[in-house]
Design a protein around this ligand. Structure first.
Ligand SMILES: [Fe+2]
Length: 224
């Protein structure tokens, strides 16, 4: 399996950065996009630069209905036909207008063999889900912005899959130290990105240096 960070607040040289998040995952015979960043042009530019052909996606996942996660789906719609986009409850009409096929997710589910969705967890009126993928090393959990709490999303991912967590990657939404401690108790690797905040990175670097992995647009994680 490989996971490529396509859009993030930070980017490797030659790639565009923006306030947003998107990750491309290839495994179990599927090509999947998790979130799409904020703008169609950034997603298109970075995907092409990274040699990723988004017209060949099998399905996509939207973590939550915020523009820095769904904006780039306009580009995905322009290069795919009727692509399934597993979405939490909310206004889905814009995805249809962009030529996509939004699939409403209301509870935890195994979406394809080896791919699970936590189903929507709530943070006030925001509903957000995470994607979990099985690897030989354990469960890889991809989160968007973690409004409901990254520890809650990871726990839900572990519960729905029944697999111990190996790694969590994505936006952690400036978690408290208590939340990071709980996360460290559940996951062997922790890769904060997007909206995680510099303070959580420095806390992890200080307290859990062996768990911390730093990623940005252009980073590739590979798993057996
Ligand atoms: Fe976000």
């Amino acid at each position: 399996m490989r996971l490529v960070v396509v859009v993030d607040n930070r980017a490797k040289e030659g790639l565009r950065k923006e306030w947003g998040w998107s990750a491309y995952i290839e495994t179990h015979g599927h090509r999947v996009l998790f979130d799409a960043g904020a703008s169609p042009s950034t997603l298109e530019f970075n995907a092409k630069r990274l040699g990723l052909d988004l017209s060949r996606l099998n399905f996509a996942v939207l973590s939550h209905h915020h523009g820095d996660h769904y904006g780039g789906f306009r580009y995905v719609g322009s290069v795919t036909g009727d692509l399934r986009v597993y979405s939490p409850p909310g206004e889905l009409g814009y995805l249809r207008e962009w030529g996509l096929n939004p699939v409403l997710v209301t509870s935890p589910l195994e979406v394809e063999r080896g791919f699970w969705l936590t189903g929507p967890l709530s943070a006030g009126w925001i509903l957000e889900q995470a994607l979990a993928i099985s690897t030989e090393e354990g469960l890889v959990v991809v989160v968007g912005c973690s409004h409901p709490g990254v520890h809650r999303l990871v726990r839900a991912a572990r519960d729905v899959s029944g697999i111990d967590v190996f790694l969590v990657v994505g936006g952690f939404h400036m978690p408290s130290e208590r939340v990071l401690d709980e996360l460290a108790g559940m996951s062997r690797k922790i890769c904060p990105a997007h909206c995680s905040g510099g303070r959580s990175v420095s806390y992890l670097r200080r307290k859990y240096p062996e768990k911390l992995c730093e990623v940005m647009a252009g980073s590739t994680l590979t798993f057996s």
